[in-house]
Design a protein around this ligand. Structure first.
Ligand code: CP
Ligand code: NVA
Length: 309
């Protein structure tokens, strides 16, 4: 049987994305009040083993997938790239085939997106994208769950993205195409998301709007998103040039006041004083820690979708 991979939201239907977000919300509600280490009553993934492969750092993705698998009754193996033969040049294709003999699913965080797609092509178990330089689909489903908890259904709403047209913004664009909300981006000209992603969205009549100012992007938005100025796959030597380009796009209290009492989201890690003022991320409109918690609930729904056959 061909495994179900979770590589990008653009591979999924609107129905699947809606089901995953709803399943996460129901499971979250069903275990309210239980200690984090206590499994869900039904333990639907008992006997299943998930490998977590990292060749980039992670706090949230690492812990939330580990926790998610335990709460579903399954188990995990934490594998760091440099501790594996991968780090010495063993081919990804051989690694995919070998891991498929040992575990029941693989989550991978890597730089080049091609590493992810190659692993998926060669694996005979489900592969999940835990972030690449191109996209971060698990994150955006957690963000949608968070926005809907605070502001109700996302359909038809205005969502703002400020700063870098990076991996997180790509998954937001994919989501906007599926769930029919307006995504307003204010990004510097040289840091637009990839043009093929924008064409893909345009072909699907997605409501992607490039605003010529951060003010226009956040005006009456119900949620304001940003991300760090230098991502893990970016060249650190470009940090100064990036800082110069992104400084006008910092999320400030004055900008948040233009929103429709919008919630502030950030996938984290955040750099206070760079992409966001401390009083915004630590202020009353910030939902970043609900967002981080929701990574766990969403990972569970993603895992269940992969395993449901
Ligand atoms: N948001 C996110 O993916 O965080 P980590 O890099 O800590 O996993
Ligand atoms: N855009 C960031 C997200 C981190 C979770 C990065 O790729 O480093």
């Amino acid at each position: 049987m061909t495994p179900k991979h979770f590589l990008d939201l653009s591979d999924l239907t609107a129905h699947t994305v809606r089901d995953i977000v709803d399943e996460a919300r129901h499971r979250k509600e069903a275990r309210a009040g239980l200690p984090n280490g206590t499994p869900d009553a039904d333990q639907p993934l008992a006997g299943k083993l998930l490998a977590l492969v990292f060749d980039k750092p992670s706090t949230r993705t690492r812990v939330s997938f580990d926790l998610a698998m335990r709460q579903l009754g399954g188990d995990t193996l934490m594998l760091n790239h440099n501790d594996m033969q991968l780090g010495r040049g063993e081919p990804l294709s051989d690694t995919a085939k070998v891991l498929s003999r040992y575990v029941d699913a693989i989550m991978v965080r890597t730089g080049p997106h091609e590493n992810l797609t190659e692993l998926a092509a060669e694996a005979s178990v489900s592969v999940i994208n835990g972030l690449t330089a191109f996209s971060h689909p698990c994150q955006i489903l957690a963000d949608i769950l968070t926005i809907e908890e605070h502001r109700g259904p996302i359909k038809g709403q205005k969502i703002a993205w400020l700063g870098d047209g990076n991996n997180v913004s790509v998954s937001w664009i994919h989501a906007a195409s599926l769930l029919d909300f307006e995504l307003h981006l204010a990004v510097p000209e040289n840091f637009r998301p990839p043009e093929d992603v924008l064409s893909w969205a345009a072909e699907r009549d997605a409501k992607i709007v490039f605003s010529n100012s951060p003010e226009a992007a956040v005006d009456q938005a119900i949620a304001v998103n940003t991300d760090c100025w230098v991502s893990m796959s970016d060249n650190p030597e470009e940090a100064a040039a990036r800082a110069k380009a992104f400084e006008p796009y910092r999320v400030t209290e004055a900008l948040m006041n233009l929103s429709d009492n919008g919630v502030f989201l950030h996938c984290l890690p955040a750099y206070r004083g760079n992409e966001v003022e401390a009083r915004v991320i630590d202020g009353p409109q910030s939902v970043v820690f609900d967002e981080a918690e929701n990574r766990n609930h969403i990972q569970k729904a993603i895992l269940l979708w992969c395993f449901e056959g």
